[in-house]
Ligand binder design. Structure first.
Ligand SMILES: C[S@@+](CC[C@H](N)C(=O)[O-])C[C@H]1O[C@@H](n2cnc3c(N)ncnc32)[C@H](O)[C@@H]1O
Length: 279
């Protein structure tokens, strides 16, 4: 079937060979595996870009990638094809383990550093920030959030969220570390700038060259490996754990695991691993 053009009023159709092209492209650029049932998702997310450029087929749209004058289009397409679902205090048991077993054992003389890899819009990083700020004996601390989506990183840096996103934040922490929006920000809350200054967000593609960073006490890599195949996961695990200090902790989500992967990390409780102290 040929793509129907805009003049006829119908939306362009994503042909099978076009789906295969974007699927391979996304895998090569971001490591993300799109299953065959994701055609509707691709259309839902990219259709507006075709409209924006007045194009009538996906082939024409994909030809823009890398063309002079359209350098940002590739980044934008990858941005749109990523899934950014996240929320504050997601998987609360992870944070309980942090406050009960990790923070009390950290020596206050050293800056405590956490990496929220694939941070999305920042809720995970700011959840950590509230807990670290609230731990009276911690001393200096900092958090780095990274993601492949520049659009979502902008949102993270702003730290402004709709009020209904605050439901899972314990009331005492909400009161202490978040500011209620008023006037044009009615219906929103802002992460307190005093907290935000401990949190830095930057671009990093987990399958590309990782940025130069200091080592971390804890790395969160949650709800992103689900989009990768085994080979990509294995390569990522080897590269990312180089940033983990000996004795440091590595978190994945409860729906992920390192089963079947080669690693010297040791499981301490489901979905939380530790690098041997002597590594
Ligand atoms: C579902 S969110 C997870 C957010 C958060 N970690 C959590 O668990 O709530 C997945 C994030 O992974 C990011 N992502 C996908 N592929 C990536 C890659 N190759 N490099 C870096 N980030 C990537 C997406 O942009 C998205 O923001």
């Amino acid at each position: 079937m040929e793509a129907i053009n805009h003049q006829s009023g119908a939306a362009p159709v994503l042909q099978q060979h076009e789906f295969v092209w974007i699927r391979d492209f996304l895998y090569k650029r971001a490591g993300i595996v799109l299953n065959d049932n994701k055609q509707a998702m691709v259309v839902g997310r990219l259709e507006k870009r075709l409209r924006h450029h007045g194009l009538t087929s996906y082939t024409e749209y994909f030809r823009l990638f890398g063309r002079p004058g359209f350098e940002n289009e590739t980044t934008m397409a990858i941005d749109l094809l990523t899934t950014n679902e996240t929320y504050f205090f997601r998987e609360p048991k992870h944070f309980e383990y942090l406050t009960q077993h990790i923070l009390p054992n950290h020596s206050p003389g050293k800056t405590f550093r956490v990496w929220s890899a694939a941070s999305s819009s920042g809720e995970e990083a700011y959840t950590l920030a509230m807990l670290l700020a609230d731990h009276s004996r911690l001393g200096a601390w900092e958090i780095v959030g990274t993601d492949i989506s520049n659009r979502i990183l902008e949102k993270a840096r702003r730290g402004l969220y709709p009020t209904n996103g605050s439901e899972k934040i314990p009331p005492a922490l909400l009161k202490k570390y978040c500011l209620k929006g008023t006037g044009e920000f009615e219906g929103y809350f802002l992460i307190d700038p005093a907290l935000r200054k401990h949190v830095k967000f930057m671009y990093a593609n987990l399958i590309g060259n990782l940025p130069s960073m200091e080592m971390f006490d804890v790395i969160f890599l949650r709800n992103v490996m689900i989009y990768f195949d085994m080979e990509t996961k294995q390569r990522l695990l080897e590269r990312i754990t180089k940033y983990l200090l000996p004795g440091g902790y590595f978190y994945v989500s409860h729906s992920e695991s390192l089963n079947g992967m080669k690693t010297d990390l040791q499981i301490v409780t489901p979905s939380i691993y530790r690098k041997p102290a002597t590594a």
